[in-house]
Design a protein around this ligand. Structure first.
Ligand SMILES: Cc1cc2nc3c(=O)[nH]c(=O)nc-3n(C[C@H](O)[C@H](O)[C@H](O)COP(=O)(O)OP(=O)(O)OC[C@H]3O[C@@H](n4cnc5c(N)ncnc54)[C@H](O)[C@@H]3O)c2cc1C
Length: 465
């Protein structure tokens, strides 16, 4: 599926203008530039148009019209995805959800909220907190990342160890399927065993089954008290051992993160205060949230290690900065190759050693092979700087090491187009066949993000250059 010749494309654009208004069918390359380039700057393409529908009916009309014209649709929320799933290659229609930004009144009794797909995480957090509740999923891109994008990627983030990823916290959704059908399940019932869980299927579908237009989210208490500790670890094995003890002994652990020396040094060089001196081999950030005083076990477990403690919201936010801002700091110094993987916790140390060994073999010193991530989940972000954007030999070596350790080649960012060629390392032929059948059933014309989550089959089917 691609853009057809100029006449059908012109007819499609005319139809979309008549339905959405000319102001919401963007074709000027200067205006569409920010929609056709991904957050890292590594992937970019060209769109037939960027369309901005304002409601579910208009989304359905776009999907139906594109289906009839045989033009692919790329759904796009905040465009903070890191696997090139939200940007076009050539000639697709980018469907931006930025005008679907409403957040409905919080259901205080149920502890739930319904948000439109284009609402940012930060907007939903503000609404929830004003009602004494909070969103169980949090991530550093909160000011731009949208609820629709987070459902579509099954976003993880910093609170997974306490509350799970999006899949565990989405109670229902409204979705325009690939054939233009609108399906809605927003009642928020916690117990509802009436057959297939379509909402669960949409979590992690990356825009390949349809466009999520609204989602019903479970909320959790807004905790008034917070304490954070940065503690030094001598290496990844030591960091994992510390994390394991913290998980066993501390009630209310809300975040358990780690950044290696290369990452801490880099953020320090960019003016972000790192509370540990000297910079350790691995810094571990443990965050507790609750009511009253933190459990004594937090201090006891950190023990005699070099450490620093922050108390209260403002101080804790300052402690988050070296971890949360490492991604944006890397983007300031270069265009990284990003690998977001999980390995069993027992294999974290061996995997990190593999990364540095293969990076060195490809000429990268430790300062250009950074490892950080959500330690509590065994989720490491490997960022490789100084490589040619099109040379993915080192990516290949790292992902094969992940498979060798029986890990997953994508922990939370998804597959997009950037990781599609390695999907077989994490999914069996049987699983891929089942996924293709589901896809064909919900998107019979094959127009929904066709290059995403699908191993490439020929020239031009890889991620855009
Ligand atoms: C600084 C930074 C930190 C990050 N930290 C984390 C983290 O801790 N955990 C984590 O999981 N991710 C993280 N991410 C990645 C990213 O923020 C998440 O993947 C997020 O869920 C993407 O949301 P988005 O609205 O930007 O989606 P986009 O980037 O616009 O799209 C992502 C995918 O979802 C599809 N999509 C978007 N909207 C819809 C919709 N309404 N219906 C159907 N499909 C749709 C797109 O087609 C694409 O395949 C981070 C990114 C950055 C830049």
């Amino acid at each position: 599926v691609s853009a057809r010749g100029s006449e059908p494309s012109a007819a499609l654009l005319e139809h979309l203008r008549a339905n959405l208004g000319a102001d919401h069918v963007l074709v000027d390359p200067d205006v569409t530039a920010r929609y056709v380039r991904d957050w890292t700057g590594r992937f970019h393409g060209e769109a037939l148009a960027v369309v901005r529908p304002a409601d579910t009916g208009a989304v359905a009309e776009v999907v139906r019209a594109c289906g009839a014209a045989g033009v692919a649709v790329v759904p796009q929320g905040g465009n903070t995805g890191l696997v090139a799933g939200s940007v076009p290659a050539r000639g697709e229609v980018v469907l931006s959800t930025e005008r679907l930004s409403g957040v409905e009144a919080v259901d205080v009794a149920a502890g739930q909220v319904t948000a439109s797909a284009g609402a940012t995480l930060a907007a939903v957090q503000r609404a929830a907190r004003a009602a004494g509740w909070d969103v169980p999923v949090d991530l550093a891109a909160r000011d731009s990342a949208t609820i629709g994008g987070m459902v579509a990627t099954n976003a993880g983030g910093t609170r997974v160890l306490r509350y799970g990823s999006m899949r565990h916290n989405v109670l229902g959704a409204e979705t325009v399927l690939g054939d233009g059908t609108v399906v809605e399940r927003l009642s928020g019932l916690v117990k509802d065993n009436t057959g297939y869980d379509l909402t669960g299927l949409l979590c992690g579908s990356e825009g390949t089954l349809g466009v999520v237009t609204r989602a019903r989210l479970r909320l959790v208490p807004w905790w008034p008290d917070a304490v954070a500790v940065w503690a030094a670890a001598t290496g990844w094995d030591d960091a994992v051992a510390l994390a394991s003890r913290l998980r066993r002994t501390v009630d209310g652990l809300d975040g358990l993160e780690a950044v290696d020396r290369a990452g801490l040094t880099l953020v320090g060089e960019h003016g972000i205060g790192v509370p540990l001196r000297p910079v350790p081999a691995v810094g571990v950030l443990a965050v507790w949230r609750g009511r009253g005083d933190p459990p004594a076990a937090l201090a006891e477990t950190v023990g005699d290690r070099p450490h620093a403690v922050a108390v209260g919201e403002a101080e804790v936010a300052r402690f988050w900065a070296p971890r949360e801002r490492v991604t944006e700091t890397i983007a300031r110094v270069g265009v990284p190759h990003k690998l977001d993987v999980t390995v069993p916790l027992g294999a974290v140390g061996a995997f990190a050693a593999d990364v540095h060994r293969v990076a060195a073999a490809h000429g990268l010193d430790a300062g250009r092979a950074l490892v950080f991530g959500h330690l509590g989940d065994g989720n490491l972000h490997v960022n490789l700087l100084g490589l040619d954007p099109d040379d993915d030999r080192l990516d290949d070596a790292v992902l094969r090491s992940v498979a060798g350790h029986r890990g997953s080649i994508s922990a939370e960012h998804g597959i997009g187009t950037a990781k599609a060629r390695w999907l077989h390392l994490s999914r069996s032929p049987g699983e891929l066949t089942a996924a293709a059948a589901i896809r064909a059933a919900l998107d019979p014309a094959g127009i929904m993000n066709p290059r995403v989550l699908r191993p490439p089959t020929g020239p031009g089917s890889r991620a855009p250059a």
